[in-house]
Design a protein around this ligand. Sequence first.
Ligand code: ZN
Length: 255
Amino acid sequence: MPHFKIYPLSTGTFYTAETSLLYYLANDANPGVKIPAVYWMFVLRGPDVVILVDNGPGDPATWGAKYHHNYERLPDQEPIAALKKLGLSPDDVDIVINTHLHWDHCHANHLFSKATIRVQAAEIQEALKPVPAHRSLYTPAEANPPWIQAMSRTVPVNGDEELLPGIQILALPSHTIGFQSVLVDTAIGPILVAGDILPYFDNWTGRWGYDHIPSGIMEASLHQYYACFDRIEKIKPVAILPGVDPKVAETEVYG
Ligand SMILES: [Zn+2]
């Protein structure tokens, strides 16, 4: 089985996320406390293949201002500049996996012109016609967002799929109905690139007396969400990489 290494790259920081957006009801004494959220792009490098899991939000001055919200992006956090730090160019990317199509995860899909995009079919349907309460999280299709621009290179996923030896896509309806995480074989064991099903490390390791805490933003039912937690428990990954925790940066290379 080939082993992969996982490199997290920041594509920007949203400094004023509220606790209640990231931890569902867990800290109802302080729902308005602001905490930082880092928009991670994960690069999976294996023998002869480069895979991205998510690739960050759109430019704050254009997409952010017009359709979503502001956040800080330094020049070296622009996705192509960030990749360059690993000696990679956009054409080196073979596959892009979007955990979901919220605007902060897929706004560089169009930049990787040689890559096949893999996202759940159910997530594409949701992004085209989001449930009203989640409209602000998806860029309107009429605006021709990057994931639409890359649609001709998109191959929808239906449920779980072994993408390649060592790379397993897991359908986990939770934060969104078409959500997926990626289980990666590494030299130290399987690592779950979880994404926003677990925004922070302690959504999984527990806090305030809870074993695990769902995101404050969810589209599946809570029962479905906890069933995903049960699945992850059974898989027993050696590490779980959350969607937006600044502490991901404490390790330069996972696996
Ligand atoms: Zn999201």
